[in-house]
Design a protein around this ligand. Sequence first.
Ligand SMILES: Cc1ncc(CN)c(N)n1
Length: 215
Amino acid sequence: MTFTTDAWTRTAGVRTAIDELPFVQGLADGTLDRERFTYYMAQDALYLADYGRVLAALASQATDPDEMLFWAESARTTVVVERELHGAHVADLAAARRSPTCLAYTSYLASLTTQGSYAVAAAGVLPCFWIYQDVGDHLLRQAGALDGHAYGDWIGMYSDAEFAASVERAKAIVDRCAEGADDSTVQRMHEAYSTAARYEWMFWDAAWRRETWPV
Ligand SMILES: Cc1ncc(CN)c(N)n1
């Protein structure tokens, strides 16, 4: 069994929990209130700025030139394309501060790039690709046509064929890393993958609660 098939199976419960989140259900049928969506988009813009740095770090650690290019292009897409979407929804991004969950997730991913294992860091960024594609596909199926849908541009971005191709490439890189890795590295890759998958759940939950710092 490939690493990614195994990781997907091990985290099935997290994916079901994501699909059941009120935030995700509200995205699907368009009933999510604008305040929660705007909160989410502002946090996500902050997340993506840090995530772009994580992908750039992966590019710098890749020894294969094609993998280096893939991470570098993904960093560019994250900063340019996805942020365009955020700019269309959030008027004042400069006013936003990272929530506890946003800071915890990005700090965790950044920490993976400093622990000396390209394979573990690559596994840690994979849920950001794969879970969004999975959610985008589910939402597209549930929503049907996106014309006139309140969150159609968001759903369209993550159910898009180009995004799906990038997910396949990221999975292939992670599987290649796992094939050559020892048992303890594969174990750490699973830990990184499942932790990031849980953070994806937490990120949407935090947006639903419009999480703030306690003091
Ligand atoms: C929190 C989060 N995770 C993943 C994605 C998709 N790149 C995103 N925009 N935001």
